[in-house]
Every structure is written in C-alpha cells, then in structure tokens.
Ligand binder design. Structure first.
Ligand code: ASP
Ligand code: MG
Length: 481
C-alpha cells in the first residue's frame, strides 16, 4: 500500500480571538490570514471569537439608560455599533451576497437590543437574564462578520451560536456549564460541520440554559468558551490569540524590559491570573488540563512569536521565578488582641462576616502566636468591613479579648510567581535582600503551601519600585540542551 503525502499533519485546533483581534478591519484581516495559514496545517479548525473590543461594554451601558430623555444616547450608541460593524464588513466582505446577509443580520440583532432596552426603560428595571441577552449581541454580531470574511477568503465557514453547544445553569451573568451535556451537544453540532471541511465560527462568552434562555459565562468568558469546546471535542490544541506576546514577566507598562514567559505551568498561570495578569481567564485552565490538551497564548499582531505555552508539568530548565504581578487598591484589616490566643472560631467568624459583604479576600496572614489575624480587602469595602467586624465581635471587644480592629493605609500585593521556587531554597532570602537593599518595606507576607507564589504586602507608593527590583531576580530560562 502506498501512503499519500499530505501537508496536513495535525487533527483539531481551536483558535480563540479576543476583542482587539477582531476590533478593526485591519485586525480582522490579520485573523483571517492566521486562519488561512492554520487551515493548511490542521485537518479541523474551530474558531471562537469575542465581540469587537468595547462592544460588550457599550451594550451593557445601553441597557442602563433607563429614562426616556436618554433615548437619544441609546440610538446614538446603536448607530455607532452598526457603523463599526459596517466598516469592517465593507473592507473585508467583497462578496455582495455575503455582505448583505451579514449586515442585515447585524441590523436585526441591534434592533432586538433596542427593543429590549426600551422594554427596560418602560419597566424601570432590568433583570440579569435580560442583561445576558443584551450582552450576547456583541459576539452574535461578530461571528456574522468573521464567518463572512473567512468565506470571502475562500475558506468555507459557518456561524455557530454557542447557545447550541454549551448548556449552563440559570446563574445569569456568570453561569456554570454542565460539562457532560455541553460535551454531547458540542460534538453533535460540530462533528458534521468539521466532517465537511467547514470552519465553525462560534460565539465566545455565551451559552444557554436547558430551557434555551441565553446566559453568559462572566466577563472575559470567551477564553472559557474556547476551553470548553476544545475539551469537549476534544481538540489537540487551544490557542488563545490576544494583543500581547503571551504571558509577560511583568506589566510592560511598569517594567519596560518585561519579556514573554515561554513556558508556564497551569499552577503558575492560575496564580498569575488571580493576581492580575489579565491575559488568560482563570477558569479557562481547568477543562483544558483535565482533557490533557495543549494551550498556548499568542499574539494576533505578531503571529510568528511563539507566545506562552501552558504545560501540566514543568522541566527544571523552565526557570524558577517566572513573573512578578500585582494587585493594587487594597488595605490590610487587622483584628488583634491577646484574648484571641487559642480561641477557636475567631477566623471562621471573621471571614464569615467578610463573606456576607460579598467581599473577596485576596490575602490572609496569621502568625502562630494567634494574637492577630490580618487580611487584605479592596479600599472601597474597608469601612463596611470594619463596621461589620466591630459589630460581630462587640462582645469580645467589650471583654478586651479583642483589643482593636483597624486598617492600614492603602497597600498593594506584589507576588513573585514560579513553581520552581519549591525546589529551590533561598528564594525568599533573595527576595527580601533585594527589597531591603532598595529600602522597600514589606508589611506582611503570605506564601501558600503550594509554594507557587510568595505574596508581599507593600505600601501603595513603593509598589512600582518593588516590582522593578523583583523583576531583576528573574533569570532567562536555560536553553534546551
Ligand atoms: N465580550 C465579552 C466581554 O467583553 C467576553 C470576552 O471578551 O471574553 O466580557
Ligand atoms: Mg479576554
């Protein structure tokens, strides 16, 4: 038997494009060219896209114009959205029939949005369910343009709304997918499309309840959509296209010589995503790891750059400290008193109280003397947190078991992230030496037992300096030998 030589070497690739990757005609042209190139390398290409940049924000703003005298603004925003989509369509969709049908559908979607906004304005209030239907319009419009642009470039493509693929609970605006059902539905819809050599162009971000109501997976959720679809098929690889060269060692606006992290473990990216590196939505990681699928973050505007590869397990040569990341705008709240020693339940009551406010707590520390508990909360919530704690512990405060509940001035968390720190003694020493030599004072420290990151609480006005000092500790990974 003779085997035919085929240029196709791989099976299934999911390409996900973020808002800036489809936000202008030039950007979308670039996206089409990436798809064209990858289509020659892979048997199946699946495309997932966000809305054009800024569109989801505009839609949600439109939904909040409640009073009649704001109807002018509503129309203006609607026209703006039509204009943006129209402009891209004109420059990418040469085929008259494809152009007309895409534009007509965009207009139809905008009309639905306007109707919903008017209904909200009549009722004087909205519901999360209506907000999701309105928010979904961005991705629904974008797929029409992108699919037509891909077809114009000679590649068969088909619009697929993810409401047919991903089924969720009815937790509108942040819905949770039913993985088993979504897998079934995704395979059922996509397999025949892929078998015909067609590229499905799928709305990120949106899904539906089992009754068919539109839900969304939370802001920035289209990465998650791509991961769910990749895991369901399953794909071999999921590539998340954004507008930077992958995960960076620090925010390039703060550290000019920030560089791409070439290889990152799932645990590292989880820390980075949590502590403010907005490149990858944290929820994206799980379904992809569990399905053993490759994940890569890369740049639409620099497609030959390898970006960042996400791996389950690191090699020793992949580097020790990977990145420095930061969360600003926090204050440390401290509950202290000698009477707290050995009293069970103080921590539970403290965090229960904070949780009731719906405030998330990015960092907690408690020394073994148990005479204080200290945790960080966003500045905007501090007064409420102090009030609630004072009330919750009124009895202990009166009996002097708790001496005081107080908050520091504004601070930020600077985290040093790297899974290799676990196997490398002396990292904490190097961190504190570097900060000490540069006169940066550390107010509190936390290190999770996973040892993937060390977090330092630092006064707001020293954060910039701390990041730069710590960034020097990152050494380029050793080249493969
Ligand atoms: N368009 C949605 C948002 O802006 C989802 C996404 O971009 O990932 O949140
Ligand atoms: Mg995003």
């Amino acid at each position: 038997m003779t085997s035919t030589l085929s240029p196709i070497i791989n099976q299934t690739l999911v390409l996900k494009f973020g808002g800036t990757s489809v936000g202008t005609a030039d950007a979308m042209r670039q996206v089409v060219s990436i798809i064209k190139i990858e289509k020659q390398q892979w048997k199946n290409i699946v495309v997932v896209t966000s809305a054009l940049s800024g569109v989801t924000d505009t839609l949600l703003k439109m939904a909040s114009y409640l009073t009649a005298d704001q109807s002018g603004i509503l129309e203006e925003s609607a026209n703006d959205l039509i204009r943006r989509h129209d402009e891209i369509a004109k420059s990418l969709i040469y085929d008259e029939v494809l152009f007309q049908s895409a534009i007509q559908e965009v207009n139809e979607i905008i009309k639905q949005v306007l109707n919903l906004c008017q209904a909200i304005s009549v009722l004087g209030e909205s519901t999360p369910r209506v907000m999701d239907t309105i928010a979904s319009a961005g991705e629904r419009m974008c797929v029409r343009l992108l699919a037509a642009a891909i077809q114009t470039a000679g590649i068969p493509a088909e619009v697929v709304e993810a409401t047919r693929l991903i089924v969720t609970d009815d937790h509108y605006t942040d819905a949770h997918p039913d993985l088993a059902k979504s897998k079934l539905m995704t395979c059922e819809v996509l397999t025949p499309i892929l078998a015909k050599g067609i590229v499905p162009v799928i709305t990120g971000f949106i899904a539906s309840t089992k009754n068919g109501n539109i839900t969304t997976l939370g802001r920035g959720g289209s990465d998650y959509s791509a991961a769910l679809i990749g895991a369901a098929l399953p794909a071999d690889d999921v590539w998340i296209y954004t507008d930077v060269n992958g995960v960076m060692t620090a925010d390039p606006q703060l550290v000019p010589d920030a560089a791409t992290v070439p290889v990152c473990s799932y645990r590292e990216i989880a820390e980075l995503a949590y502590y403010g590196a907005k490149v990858l939505h944290p929820k994206t990681i799980r379904p992809v790891i569990e399905a053993g699928i490759g994940l890569r973050v890369c740049n639409t505007f620099n497609p030959s750059h390898p970006g960042t590869r996400l791996v389950a397990e690191l090699n020793a040569r992949d580097g020790v400290i990977k990145a420095i990341t930061t969360v600003r705008g926090l204050q440390l709240v401290t509950l202290e008193g000698r009477g707290m020693l050995g009293v069970p339940g103080v921590a539970a009551r403290t965090f229960d109280t904070v949780a009731k406010l719906g405030t998330s707590v990015p960092l907690i520390t408690q020394a073994s003397s148990e005479q204080s508990i200290c945790f960080a909360v966003p500045v905007a919530t501090v007064n409420r947190v102090l009030q609630m704690l004072t009330t919750a512990f009124a009895h202990e405060i009166e009996s002097r078991d708790i001496d005081r509940v107080w908050a520091t001035e504004e601070v930020g968390i600077v985290s040093v992230v790297g899974e290799g720190m676990r196997a490398t003694p002396g990292i904490a020493g190097r961190i504190f030496t570097a900060l000490g030599e540069n006169e940066v004072n550390v107010i509190a420290i936390a290190q999770g037992s996973s040892e993937v990151s060390i977090s330092l609480v630092i006064k707001a006005d020293s954060i910039q300096k701390a990041i730069r000092v710590l960034h020097y500790l990152i050494q380029p990974p050793n080249p493969a030998t």
